[in-house]
Design a protein around this ligand. Structure first.
Ligand SMILES: [Zn+2]
Ligand SMILES: [Zn+2]
Length: 466
């Protein structure tokens, strides 16, 4: 990649790192992206799917249309000084602990390279750089998929900063996130307990009920909760208001909806038992991911051609500082099932402070535990993603170590590599459009007899629940 592009992308990434913002509130981050893309000749549509901060930047005309999925939101509770491995809050409420400042810049970099390719070859084709807000909380891409943003798209490509250089494989879980709000009656807990109806009791009974449900779920289902309002700090008041947030996950949308209904019934039962009323406030819905081996293989080839970055002695010393801040013995347990050469990866983990090899994966449709809103896009259009090492081995996503390394030259090399692999993948598809048809055939087979139904009800709009 040209030095000039590297400098511009680093400026975008660092600008977003300096303004960490929560989902659907990424006003400054979105502005940095949009202003830059406009200056590079992209046509911009803002406020896509009523997301306010979401945008689509377009270059070129005609098919194939290749969408690149970017992100730029940050996480609460992770303010951390750059380059410091130890706990060192920077006074900021939020931090880029998932590397989405890099993610957005990498996608923009791929957009520039594909733009140049289209210009040079004068061929039919359109590249869309999609600024997808609120990945961490909000499911921006799900709203965009639901509202048709990707309907005229042929292929979607994505990436995520991580610990390994690899092309992604495997599916992800469907997930519904909902608040259960219980309303009771306040009274003096000693003087007139008979007059009170405890919303906190309802939350506790609901949680107990769900914990009994666990024995009767599929082993690949997951349910987690957090009490988001315990009703106050006074035990001598019968708590009139209480709220619990649930995340309900399964391997497909129908299974997730069925499990969600069972949880809702437990909440109804808890309200009945305690004489309270219950309100369900839907927050988020994410679909499982439809894998596409055709695209996976094209991207694997592209990654082999681009190769992994080389690191200087200073960079290796920097990475070592961070790896050592997270004492960890690397064993075969840390190596994913789908990795082709497990011993080579283990050796690299033990010998190098940062991933310095391309990790090749077997194509797999096994569902990984966890969810992403890329899943919704994969239900509309064949989708594939990769990861590049932007951080040292050791601490994983959503850590202070990731925030701290977010402006390093290692992280920047991760951006450039991702941009090049994404662009090389797109070029292969533009050069041989039969690959796109093949990917679409596979998509049809994998979704045969099924219809994409976004888990977010039609009347729920992008929102922030504080
Ligand atoms: Zn994350
Ligand atoms: Zn992330």
């Amino acid at each position: 990649m040209k030095k000039e592009y590297e400098e511009k992308l680093a400026a975008v990434a660092k600008g977003v790192w300096d303004h960490p913002e929560a989902g659907f509130l990424e006003f400054e981050s979105s502005r940095i992206h949009v202003d830059f893309l406009r200056s590079e000749g992209f046509e911009i549509e803002e406020n896509v799917a009523d997301t306010v901060t979401g945008y689509v930047a377009k270059y070129g005309s005609g098919h194939p249309v290749i969408a690149l999925l970017g992100e730029f939101d940050a996480l609460y509770g992770l303010g951390q000084k750059a380059d410091v491995a130890e706990y060192a809050p920077d006074g900021c409420e939020m931090g880029h602990g998932c590397g989405h400042h890099l993610l957005g810049a990498g996608v923009i970099g791929a957009g520039l390279l594909i733009r140049d390719y289209l210009k040079e070859h004068q061929c039919s084709g359109t590249v869309l750089v999609c600024g997808c807000p609120a990945e961490e909380s909000g499911s921006g891409k799900a709203y965009m998929a639901r509202d048709g943003v990707f309907n005229d798209t042929d292929i979607a490509l994505a990436w995520h900063p991580g610990l390994l250089h690899q092309v992604g494989t495997g599916s992800s879980q469907s997930c519904i996130q909902t608040y259960f709000r219980f309303h009771g009656i306040a009274s003096h807990a000693a003087g007139s307990p008979q007059a009170g109806r405890s919303a906190l009791d309802a939350v506790e009974l609901m949680d107990v009920g769900v914990n009994y449900l666990r024995e009767h779920m599929e082993s690949t289902d997951r349910v987690h909760y957090a009490i988001t309002n315990s009703g106050g700090k006074s035990p001598n008041v019968v708590q009139a208001e209480a709220e619990v947030k649930y995340l309900i996950r399964s391997t497909s949308n129908p299974k997730c909806l069925a499990l969600y209904e069972r949880v809702c019934n437990i909440a109804r039962g808890a309200a009945l038992m305690t004489g309270t009323t219950m309100e369900i406030v839907f927050d988020e819905g994410l679909s499982n991911t439809i894998v596409n081996f055709t695209l996976e293989k094209v991207m694997q080839e592209a990654f082999r051609e681009v190769g992994v970055p080389e690191y200087t002695e200073e960079e290796l010393a920097y990475a070592k500082k961070f790896r050592d801040s997270w004492p960890h013995e690397f064993t075969m347990d840390n190596v994913g099932e789908h990795v082709k050469d497990k011993r080579a990866l283990l050796k690299n983990m033990q010998e190098s402070p940062i991933c310095s090899i391309l990790v090749e994966n077997e194509c797999s449709d096994v569902c990984h535990m966890g969810s992403t809103d890329v899943g919704d896009v994969s239900w509309v259009v064949p989708t594939e993603s990769l990861g590049t090492a932007c951080y040292s081995y050791g601490a994983g996503a959503h850590s202070r170590q990731w925030v701290a390394q977010g402006k390093s030259s290692i992280a920047m090399k991760g951006i450039y590599t991702a941009a090049e692999v994404l662009a090389r993948t797109a070029e292969k598809l533009l050069e041989d459009t039969a690959l796109i048809e093949e990917a679409k055939e596979e998509f049809k087979d994998r979704t045969a007899g099924m219809k994409y139904e976004c888990l977010i009800p039609a009347d729920v709009k992008p929102h922030v629940i504080s």
